[in-house]
Design a protein around this ligand. Structure first.
Ligand code: ZN
Length: 129
């Protein structure tokens, strides 16, 4: 259980997470609805299939966007769960307290900046940690 966040901080972060979740959910629904309309248009207009490579590219892009939205929602849900279980705000890798300033910018952050950038560079965690 981390102590570096006051109950006030937690409450504010929980609100921020809930708002982000709602935004992402709205965006996702709009995107899914748009995709459905686009696919319907393709069915109507492009039944001969002579632009299949372009359609595949569009489909790939749609999937990539949808994946990001789903991952974003999952990250927010996980953060909300950590808030309620008392594990929120601790780095998932090194268990250091994640600074409040970072959490305010990115309330769903799972790791401290050092561990996050190490992961982004694709380097393994040093054995000393
Ligand atoms: Zn860390």
């Amino acid at each position: 259980m981390n102590k570096h966040l006051s109950s006030q901080d937690r409450a504010a972060l929980q609100v921020a997470l809930a708002m982000r979740r709602e935004q992402l959910e709205t965006q996702r629904h709009q995107h899914l609805a748009g995709q459905t309309r686009a696919e319907h248009a393709r069915e109507v207009l492009l039944q001969d299939g002579d632009d299949a490579p372009q359609r595949d590219a569009d489909r790939e892009l749609d999937l990539a966007i949808a994946d990001r939205e789903v991952l974003g929602l999952a990250a927010i849900d996980a953060a909300l769960q950590r808030l309620s279980s008392g594990h929120y705000g601790l780095c998932a890798d090194c268990e250091a307290a994640i600074p409040l300033a970072r959490l305010q910018l990115e309330p769903q952050a799972l790791r401290c900046v050092a561990c996050e950038s190490r992961r982004e560079r694709g380097q393994p965690r040093p054995a000393s940690l």
